[in-house]
Design a protein around this ligand. Structure first.
Ligand code: MLT
Length: 411
């Protein structure tokens, strides 16, 4: 007898995409120590936290140093002061009413989108857009919901919804019944957004099929165009069929500070084998109270400061800064004849690789000849092959430098 492993892990790709990129970049650095590499791979903010946030963060840390104001465990679901700010700033102005116990504060949308599958049955059919943020797929593989990977790079148990140039990166509804649907809009990695009408079709599908939509809105703050919903609950009927994930990471520079939230409306339900409905809100609450002890008090105070007048002004400024980079990237790459998508309502620019190069070949060309790192589209799924993602998260100086280097390659 010996300890056994969870063999589902053996079905995963060897490395998580961003670890694989780091590995290759580090190898290149070792062999070429003098090179100045510009990182535009992982979507990680580069600017500091807003001053309004830092000021409150510091105050809260000091509170933790005094016996009168020290706090131990907080509510697992988050402090009311932050939940109320979220509801009154992110939802009420868009005509959406939420109760406090529908919002769960967490340490990241990555964790929540990875963990949410735990409250669902193992025999549910999962659908993902392809390409897709790898966490949705991998967390379901770990749970044993996806079966082995076929030769085409697709897990046999998952329904893939291709998003390509042909359908303008707008996924078609599944042709067969699916139970759990992961949608991320504005999309990571393609940078495209869905209109209200396009999203409404998914809500209707979910109603007709008694499915659940797991809606990742981490890039909502980057939306620029009208008629692009900022929350799935702007669309009638969504409360019954959608869970929404939001994050302070890309909105307010919290990638290293960690704070996010998930909305699980009271109306959302899943069914047991006797077809009896159960509240998903209750199940998620049960999961979180068991496995999670909440986000630290200073971090929640810091997140609350995002909603102050000054905080709002500062985050708008930094988002505009990144979106200006996105425009520089789009224009520079178009000027050298590359086909680019996204970057209008999102910090990601999705590029069709030139000369039918595959994604990793293009990665190698950019790394070795321009010393610029992006993310190979294949890392997000089979339909990402032949595409490449560049992020707008960098300084303007580096963005211009990277674009000049790529333009000089004459590809
Ligand atoms: C990405 O680059 O796709 C994201 O930044 C990764 C993440 O948010 O976890």
């Amino acid at each position: 007898m010996a300890v056994k492993i969870n063999e589902n892990y053996l079905m995963l790709k060897k490395n998580y995409i961003f670890s694989e990129i780091n590995h290759r970049v580090n190898n290149f650095r070792e062999e070429n120590p003098e090179t100045n590499i510009i990182l535009m791979g992982i979507g990680d903010v580069t600017g500091p936290l807003p001053k309004a946030v830092i000021d409150k963060f510091e105050e809260a840390v000091k509170e933790m140093a005094q016996p009168e104001t020290f706090r131990g465990y907080g509510p697992e679901q988050g402090y009311d002061f932050l939940i109320n700010k979220i509801i009154s700033n992110d939802y009420i102005p868009r005509g959406i009413e939420l109760s406090e116990d529908e919002v769960f504060i967490s340490d990241g949308a990555k964790c929540d989108t990875g963990n949410i599958q735990e409250i669902f049955g193992l025999y549910n059919k999962v659908a993902v857009t392809d390409p897709v943020y790898p966490v949705y797929v991998d967390s379901n593989v770990m749970a044993g919901r996806c079966g082995p990977m076929g030769k085409d790079g697709r897990y046999q148990g998952i329904v893939y919804l291709p998003c390509t140039e042909e359908n303008k990166f707008v996924p078609d509804l599944p042709k067969t019944h699916v139970d759990m649907i992961y949608l991320c809009f504005p999309n990571n990695p393609t940078g495209t957004a869905l209109t209200k009408e396009q999203l409404k079709k998914w809500i209707d599908y979910a109603h007709d099929n008694k499915s659940i939509i797991l809606y990742d809105g981490a890039y909502e703050a980057y939306i620029r165009e009208d008629n692009i919903p900022h929350s799935i609950y702007e669309i009638k009927g969504a409360r019954e069929v959608a869970i929404e994930f939001r994050s302070f990471s890309k909105t307010a520079g919290f990638t290293g500070t960690r704070c996010a939230y998930t909305v699980v409306p009271m109306e959302t339900v899943g069914y047991d084998t006797q077809s009896e409905a159960h509240s998903l809100n209750k199940l998620w609450n049960r999961r979180q109270t068991t496995k999670f002890n909440g986000v630290s008090y200073p971090v929640q105070v810091a997140a609350q400061a995002v909603y102050s007048l000054e905080g709002q002004r500062e985050i708008k400024e930094s988002i505009n800064y990144y979106m200006n980079n996105a425009a520089i990237i789009r224009e520079s790459l178009r000027n050298i004849g590359l086909r680019t998508y996204g970057g209008v309502n999102s910090p990601y620019i999705w590029i069709k690789t030139p000369d039918k190069m595959n994604s990793w070949e293009f990665f190698d060309v950019l790394l070795s000849r321009a010393h610029v790192v992006g993310t190979p589209g294949i890392g997000f799924g089979p339909s990402g092959e032949g595409y490449f993602r560049i992020t707008a998260f960098n300084t303007q100086e580096n963005t211009i430098k990277a674009m000049t280097r790529i333009s000089d390659l004459s590809i």
